[in-house]
Design a protein around this ligand. Structure first.
Ligand code: UDP
Length: 317
């Protein structure tokens, strides 16, 4: 029998690319999403695919999926800071109850469970780059804690299920990812800068722009997640790009790449914004033979073309 994989949050940016990849290699996919931050349009092209099923549900309340299940991938959560700050209680609920429901579904079917965790478990890191052995520096009562602590709880719950019930689990720690299907109003740095540059508006750099992020193109990210799903690792494993840029460097790269007339404008730095972030991917390289291969210029160009289309702007030159 071929695999039937349940993707929680399959209507989101990353989840929908994972659905595409799994269907592309011949797996059946059940996408579960409540479309609170995901979009129906992200999976509309899969409606007629014989291996694809869509279940519209809030996984923090339960996962109404019948039939065989060979793996559960939990990508259900708001992930952009403006989204999780606007949905604080929902973010905590999906990280805790949603993860519990996903683990129970996997356990019932003797299926593998993949948790999409995050570099945010490292908080504002005092260790650089971040390897999986670092325990993190998270403000437990700050505004970002709704996401960070939900994911940290989700990791703890996943490991408790594994130790207590023998559930087959793996934890991926995902770093900043970008690519087609980022929502124009997503609010994350890549979509904001690209849209602002395309419109000739100022690029909004928060703070002095010296904070760093390491950006992974979505196809590379999904390839890493699938390698992890197919492995027998438990993790956690960092799946992210080690290519680190300051936010100001990213702004200048975007302006140059698009030949934009935009200027940089500084705005206040959000509370607890991490000062630097870069994964140590030694473990992923060694255990999975995985590393990202898409250059920033290529990835940004493809993302710009898609964003221009979804925001109704003229084609990228
Ligand atoms: N950022 C920025 N301008 C924007 C959006 C984000 O300077 O319009 C900065 C933000 O302060 C952070 C980095 O870019 O330092 C990445 O932010 P994002 O929201 O993409 O994700 P995060 O890594 O903070 O979860």
């Amino acid at each position: 029998m071929s695999a039937r994989i349940v993707v929680l949050g399959g209507g989101g940016f990353l989840g929908s690319h994972l659905c595409d990849h799994l269907l592309g290699r011949g797996d059946a996919v059940v996408c579960v999403d409540d479309f609170s931050t995901g979009r129906r349009a992200n999976v509309a092209h899969l409606d007629d695919h014989p291996g694809f099923a869509l279940v519209e549900a809030d996984v923090s309340r339960g996962i109404p999926v019948d039939g065989p299940v060979s793996a559960v991938c939990n990508l259900a959560s708001p992930a952009s800071p403006p989204d999780y700050l606007a949905l604080p209680l929902e973010t905590l609920a999906v990280g805790s109850e949603g993860t519990r429901h996903g683990l129970e579904l996997a356990r019932r079917h003797d299926a593998r469970f993949l948790l999409a965790s995050t570099s945010e478990v490292y908080g504002d890191p005092e260790v650089h780059p971040q390897s999986e052995g670092y325990w993190g520096n998270v403000n437990p009562v700050g505004p970002r804690s709704v996401y960070d602590e939900a994911k940290r709880f989700a990791e703890a719950l996943t490991m408790a299920h594994h130790r207590r019930r023998g559930t087959d689990v793996v934890i991926a720690r995902i770093f900043n990812t970008y690519g087609p299907r980022l929502r124009p109003d997503d609010g994350r740095v890549v979509s904001n800068f690209l849209l602002q540059a395309l419109r000739g508006e100022p690029l909004t750099v928060y703070g002095d722009g010296s904070q760093t992020r390491s950006l992974c193109y979505v196809e590379d990210e999904v390839r890493g997640l699938v390698a992890l799903l197919d492995s027998d690792l438990t993790g956690p494993v960092n799946i992210g790009s080690p290519d680190e840029y300051t936010v100001l460097q990213l702004a200048r790269t975007v302006i140059e790449l698009l030949g934009s007339s935009s200027v940089v404008e500084h705005r206040p730095l959000p509370t607890d914004d991490p000062t630097r972030r870069r994964p140590d991917i030694t473990r992923a390289r060694r255990e999975l033979g995985w590393e990202p291969t898409t250059s920033l210029a290529d990835g940004l160009a493809r993302t710009a073309t898609h964003l221009a289309g979804s925001a109704g702007l003229p084609d990228v030159p």
